[in-house]
Design a protein. Structure first.
Length: 338
């Protein structure tokens, strides 16, 4: 662990003495002072007191703010404004700069982001735009599991913030809709990647996963996660909503991002991820038990979604038998729909 991250961890326990931290880490006092100054330059206003260094009362939405108290191994890189966090991860990968423990690239605003199928993605200031890059010891065939884990982590962060989110297969995080009185209002919404396919609820977040690897191993994988956090709903596409709109007040984006990263690590950062991810996804999914239509490269598949199987295939009971769909655009249907 580097001096900066060790300092952030130590600050979480209260005042920390520079000399004591230097002794604990086996570094010079100058190295500790340099780490303190680096945090201050990021906007993480470490205070100097007679008892030692003290964390700011409001850590802020920044790399240091998210890493402060973070119970996950990821480094955090923050940008006020960037074209695309996924594109930044690809740059890091090209330079061999993705660390073994993984890195989360976070932005307040994205100016050139894209969603699935190269659709436009609305990503203004106020959202949580985050690309988490990891280097799992897993074959490429298991990559869809990490998409499901990202969806679960995002839904859990929404729930901790106070919004009862659920998942539409495979990776849309929604609120409202299933079995609710507002389902028909959004039944035919068709917007960009932040609001598309809203049958089943209002869209809070979406996920785009990319990877590179060899035949038997993933070299790196990135889950690009876009959450409509503190955004005015009227600026979003039809069928989309925001956490702020649902709660009536802004959310703490720093805590939200940290919760998401911690939950993803708890699900996907262990060898028994297969035993963890699928049950967690099933518990939060609104797709299972629903009549659905999935548009696939080979045509639409319509029927009742009954399960999700490794590594993330949706099992659908159709009039012609059971079908397993590995990819496609899923739409929740009313029973009367064809």
């Amino acid at each position: 662990m580097d001096t900066r991250r060790a300092l952030l961890d130590a600050l979480g326990d209260g005042p920390v003495s520079g000399p004591a931290l230097a002794d604990d880490l086996g570094v010079s006092r100058a190295a500790v002072w340099k780490a303190v100054e680096s945090l201050r330059e990021e906007g993480f206003a470490v205070e100097s007191t007679p008892e030692g260094y003290v964390a700011p009362a409001d850590p802020g939405y920044s790399a240091a703010g998210i890493e402060f108290g973070l119970d996950a191994p990821y480094a955090v890189e923050y940008h006020d404004r960037i074209s695309s966090t996924n594109r930044r991860v690809r740059e890091l990968a090209a330079g061999g700069e993705i660390p073994e423990e993984g890195v989360a690239v976070v932005a307040d605003e994205q100016t050139g982001s894209r969603g699935r199928l190269d659709r436009e993605w609305v990503a203004p200031s106020g959202g949580v735009w985050l690309s988490l890059a990891v280097r799992p010891d897993a074959p490429p065939a298991r990559a869809p599991l990490f998409t499901l884990a990202a969806a679960v982590a995002t839904a859990d962060a929404c729930r901790e913030a106070g919004v009862d989110a659920h998942i539409k297969w495979p990776n849309d995080v929604l609120v409202g809709g299933p079995g609710g009185e507002d389902e028909d209002e959004y039944a035919d919404a068709d917007g960009d990647a932040a609001g598309e396919g809203s049958r089943g609820g209002r869209k809070l977040a979406g996920i785009l996963t990319e990877m590179e690897g060899e035949a038997d191993r993933i070299s790196w994988l990135v889950a690009g996660i876009g959450v409509n956090a503190n955004i005015d709903a009227e600026t979003l596409p039809a069928g989309a909503t925001s956490l702020q709109e649902e709660l009536g007040e802004p959310v703490d984006r720093r805590r939200f991002a940290a919760t998401l990263l911690e939950r993803f690590d708890a699900l996907a950062g262990t060898p028994d991820r297969m035993d963890r991810i699928l049950p967690a996804w099933r518990e939060r999914a609104s797709t299972l038990g629903r009549r659905v239509r999935v548009d696939t490269p080979n045509g639409p598949v319509t029927g009742i979604a009954v399960d999700v199987e490794p590594p993330g295939a949706l099992v659908i009971e159709t009039d012609d038998g059971v079908r397993r769909v590995h990819a496609g655009d899923c739409e929740h249907l009313r029973d009367a729909d064809g």
